[in-house]
Design a protein around this ligand. Structure first.
Ligand code: UDP
Ligand code: MG
Length: 320
């Protein structure tokens, strides 16, 4: 029998309708992981897929004991899938990777090397281009990073996704951040630790389609801002003060004008403009407040992040 390997690597793979990509992915990643000195587990999380993803996972796990699969009772989203993987990972090094081979598995080797130098707690990959993405999407993404880094308390790196490997300590810190509204990019940066960056070129999906629509991404961007910044609330207060100030000046202007020239009743158009402008701004500010209250409401309910309905793991955190 082979000597027991010392350290263990856990690689977490969120999968949503990845029936086609999964077999390719499994082959590629196994090639990389089995060449390492460390022992490993491959945690496949089935995030409520509606295709044969679970079946593929079961088949793979039947022939390979490195595979742990967790299957959710419904689609909870990638963030929840990642969280469930973290909660159930046993490794000393824990990483995330997408199932569509957009994250080249070979980079795991480089990430591991970086961690083993002892200088870093986390090694993360960032793509340096956005090949395959549309121009508008790229433009919005760039602007989003500019904005969020300006106003939030966690710095986010453009092109950095969830493809990373970290030490146990950092993983524990992330588990401890048990917020319901999860925005991983922000969470990774918020917990701190030393990160080593590896750059790579964007790769297109091997199979299947992305589950992100443009509006989905826009909503995600808003989530990121609301989760890590109170700047929109400050902005609402600022504009409130500003309009009050101008309204006051205008009031004085009208009084003086009346005293000098008489006839205050004039300017229906001005009135309508002001009313509409104020109404619009008030609704906008209410909307901003609503966003925060909505998030707070979800946090307060303290619902579980995920529910596992099926797995081959014995000691399992089924609901968390
Ligand atoms: N994914 C998931 N749950 C979802 C959506 C996506 O687990 O609700 C997984 C998906 O299977 C893939 C990864 O998250 O492994 C990235 O998804 P996708 O490729 O659709 O996003 P993109 O690469 O376009 O950002
Ligand atoms: Mg993808």
């Amino acid at each position: 029998m082979m000597a027991k390997k010392e350290k263990k690597i856990s690689i977490i793979v969120p999968c949503f309708n990845e029936e086609e990509a999964l077999p390719f992915f499994y082959e590629k990643i196994t090639e990389v992981l089995s060449s390492l000195k460390e022992d490993y587990e491959l945690i496949l999380v089935n995030d409520g897929s509606t295709d044969g993803t679970l079946k593929v996972m079961k088949e793979l796990s039947a022939k390979d004991q490195h595979i742990v699969y967790l299957s959710f009772s419904r689609n909870f989203g990638k963030e929840s899938a990642m969280y469930s993987g973290l909660c159930n990972a046993e490794g000393d090094y824990i990483g995330f990777i997408d199932a569509d081979l957009q994250h080249p598995p070979v980079l795991i080797k480089q990430m591991l090397e970086a961690l083993k130098t002892g200088e870093y707690d986390c090694a993360a990959c960032r793509r340096v281009d956005r090949k395959g993405d549309s121009k508008i999407r790229t433009w919005f993404a760039r602007k989003f990073y500019k904005l969020i880094n300006l106003i939030s308390d966690a710095q986010m790196v453009d092109g950095a996704g969830d493809f990373r490997l970290m030490k146990r300590d950092m993983a524990e810190a992330i588990i401890a951040m048990s917020e319901y509204n999860r925005f991983s990019k922000g969470i990774f940066s918020w917990v701190g630790f030393n990160t080593y960056w590896i750059e790579y070129e964007n790769v297109e999906r091997v199979a299947g389609t992305t589950s992100w629509s443009f509006w989905g991404l826009a909503k995600y961007a808003i989530d990121g801002i609301v989760n890590f910044s109170n700047a929109p609330l400050d902005l609402a207060s600022f504009f409130g003060l500003l309009t009050t100030f101008f309204a006051f000046i205008y009031l004085i202007f009208i009084i003086i004008k009346y005293a000098l020239f008489g006839d205050p009743v004039q300017g229906w158009a001005t009135l309508i403009c002001v009313i509409l402008l104020m109404g619009g701004m008030q609704l906008f500010a209410l909307g901003i407040i609503g966003q925060y209250i909505g998030k707070t409401y979800m946090e307060v309910k303290n619902r579980p992040h995920y529910i596992v309905s099926e797995s081959n793991k014995k000691e399992l955190k089924k609901i968390k």
